[in-house]
Design a protein around this ligand. Sequence first.
Ligand code: PGA
Length: 266
Amino acid sequence: MQAWVIGNWKQNPATSHDVNALLDDLLSAVSEKQGSDAAGCQLMVAPSCIHIAAVSDRLKGSSVLSAAQDISAYSASTGAYTGDCSAQQIADAGATWTILGHSERRQYHQESHDCLLQKMTHALAQNLGVVFCIGETQAQYDAKETLAVIDVQLSVIKDLLAQNPKLAKDLSARLIIAYEPVWAIGTGKVPTVAEVSATHQHIKQTLTGFNSELDNMTVLYGGSVNADNADSFAADSMIDGALVGGASLKAESFLAIAHAFSRAMA
Ligand code: PGA
């Protein structure tokens, strides 16, 4: 199985100039490593919507994929939805994946189960892969509710399959789960590798329970992953890669995380 290391740039960098500088660093670091240990790891970056076309254009011909951070829930193509960007528009801009359900979207934009089901349906209809984020808050973690919270969040996939059972066949190639405890995002706090491993095992079993075709799902860990702790997550066979925020904004730390997973897959 191949590892995935995905950079979620969030609302960064501020200018096209800085986006290009980050891409310069990333592309030169990737080409230096071509043919070496980077091979076991698929890289992807998710810039702000405004930068997707330019970033996708520059990544053409490289091994790095591009993704959106979100898409419209209301229409897969066009419509009177001020401020939204549809799955079709994202695909046309050159991205091949989208992140969905990030905790910042759930928190600041009140994204609900039904909204995420709509978004996932639209993304897959436009042939975008989906990186679906799930994870518990600090209070839920403290109350030992992690698995119960995750079960509710994963039920979006159960409902998706109930609506369209034919999707199951290809879903393991088009859907990635990112387990991101909300309390670990941007805080420098991380769960133990054993905790993440047990949660990932639960996620994988739950998905296989939805449909036996989902017996090989990629499950990433996200939340304060950096160049120093990546090796410990990469060493666990339940952790198939990382969704990286802060450390993806410097090519050096992003590539160091990728190399940790490449080494572990070798
Ligand atoms: P972080 O963010 O790596 O900065 O904690 C991860 C994320 O939000 O996806």
